[in-house]
Write a protein of this length. Structure first.
Length: 484
């Protein structure tokens, strides 16, 4: 869908939780307070953002970033620097920085920039209260936890990358069976912060209370992990997962023949890639994983989501033809310069049909008039060229360990028919230890939902349905009991 190619990185950027580092800064009363503005991501999309700056007890400045439209609040800023009328809010872990100029006591003009991306204009005014409401998240655990928590790092030597994460385990007993959580698409932190939900924090908390050691990590180039996420394909990310499995099996507090993976969304494609390369993966859970290529998944996803938005079949079909024509260029033309030219030529042939759509439909489909080739250039990166056309079934056919694949009947991002495709591929490879489970009225995050629309994710207070957590835990315990 279009969010992948237009604003995927920036949207994910606004959803991540970082560790707040308090730093010394000038005591500037003028900057203290709440600053709000609309960030221009593209001509068709803006996001309401806010920074809140406070004076700490040690007379330094600390700030948090808030993506109001996405329901992501209290994202810590690493440093606040002020010199005369110039200021910067730095989020170094995301390669992200806001630079602005204090024009008046209640106006800042500036840009938010992520490394490698075009600056997004963000002018802000001072307000008395934070707009929007901070969502209730009753499943998020609060410290002190009734289990041990350890911040760890390990190396993927081949990629010259260091992965950082959090390992949780029961307070007493051991050694423990262990799971490594594998995040979905986009640069994710260890908690997999999605639309105001800390999905992996909630899942890790539940499974740790159930007796498992759980490792959740920052993607390469995110949080405290090193490397460059933007250049990493699913194959590269699978090598990070392999390093994580080796790390867990090297610990004395982990049972070495009871270490497995839980992958969510695209993580459900990355995890089998890792498991297919090493026999040391003892079990595998695929949550809302796709059994088809990203290209085919995008077509399915667009049709499901746009149908729910009331877009005509003609509009959906036109959008598919436009997208497929551009991806055909990406598949065939290996030279990026020539590919850009061919994409522009291809899109120009659709402008007349696009003009016949209503303005409302064009807006919902995110189709500019004339069509803008630059919106499709993200597909030309080396990582996307791999990810788009990679066939997940190749790895699924090689799996030898027990596999659980689950999905929600209301998932509009990865349709539930993928369960059958996944099961067929696993059994085709000779693995009969495969369990398939469809949860009624659950969305892509496995929340209880009404429609499955992405707009519901934030509004639903529940992060993950308890029945899904219980089922996961019981399946894992059943596998562990067989391996003893």
């Amino acid at each position: 869908m279009k969010t992948v190619k237009i604003v995927g990185v920036l949207l994910c950027m606004c959803l991540m939780l970082l560790v707040l580092i308090r730093v010394e800064a000038q005591n500037n009363p003028q900057i203290q307070g709440i600053w709000v503005g609309d960030m221009r991501v593209s001509e068709k999309l803006s996001l309401k953002m806010a920074f809140e700056v406070k004076l700490t007890s040690d007379n330094s400045l600390a700030a948090t970033m808030n993506s109001i439209d996405q329901g992501a609040f209290d994202i810590p800023v690493d440093s606040v620097l002020i010199e005369n009328d110039q200021l910067s809010f730095c989020i170094s872990s995301l390669n992200c920085i806001y630079r602005g100029r204090i024009v008046e006591g209640n106006l800042i003009e500036g840009n938010l920039t992520q490394k490698g991306a075009k600056p997004c204009e963000l002018n802000m005014t001072k307000v008395n209260a934070m707009p929007g409401r901070k969502p209730k998240r009753p499943q998020e655990p609060r410290k002190p936890y009734p289990y041990q928590e350890e911040n760890i790092t390990y190396a993927n030597a081949e990629a010259d990358v260091t992965i950082a994460g959090t390992l949780t385990k029961p307070k007493t007993g051991g050694p423990f069976p262990a799971v490594l959580l594998v995040t979905g698409s986009g640069p994710n932190d260890r908690d997999q912060h999605i639309f105001g939900h800390k999905v992996f924090l909630v899942l890790a908390d539940y499974l740790t209370r159930e007796g498992f050691a759980v490792l959740r990590v920052d993607d390469r180039g995110v949080g405290q992990s090193t490397g460059n996420f933007s250049t990493a394909s699913v194959i590269d990310l699978a090598s990070d997962v392999i390093a994580g499995i080796n790390y867990l099996k090297g610990r004395k507090d982990i049972i070495h023949n009871q270490v497995g993976l839980i992958g969510h969304s695209l993580g459900g494609e990355i995890a089998p890639l890792a498991a297919a390369q090493m026999q040391e993966v003892d079990f595998l859970v695929l949550m809302a994983a796709s059994g088809i290529s990203l290209e085919e998944g995008m077509y399915e996803q667009c049709e499901a989501i746009y149908s729910g938005m009331g877009i005509s079949s003609q509009g959906i079909e036109l959008n598919r033809r436009i997208l497929k024509s551009c991806l055909d260029v990406v598949r065939i033309e290996k030279d990026n310069g020539r590919a850009k030219t061919r994409i522009a030529e291809t899109l120009s042939r659709f402008n007349r049909e696009v003009s016949q759509l209503s303005k409302e439909e064009r807006k919902k489909l995110e189709l500019s008039l004339p069509l803008d080739p630059k919106e499709y250039y993200a597909f030309l990166s080396s990582a996307m060229r791999v990810d788009l056309f990679h066939n997940p079934q190749t790895a699924l056919e090689k799996l030898k360990c027990p596999v659980l694949a689950i999905n929600g009947s209301s998932d509009l991002q990865v349709l539930s028919n993928n369960l059958e495709i996944i099961e067929e591929a696993i059994r085709r490879g000779g693995n009969t230890d495969c369990t398939i489970k469809l949860f009624p009225e659950k969305n892509h995050l496995f929340q209880n939902c009404k429609t499955g629309a992405l707009s519901e994710y934030y509004e639903i207070e529940e992060t993950m349905a308890p029945e899904v957590q219980v089922y996961l835990s019981n399946w894992l315990k059943g596998i562990i009991s067989k391996e003893k």
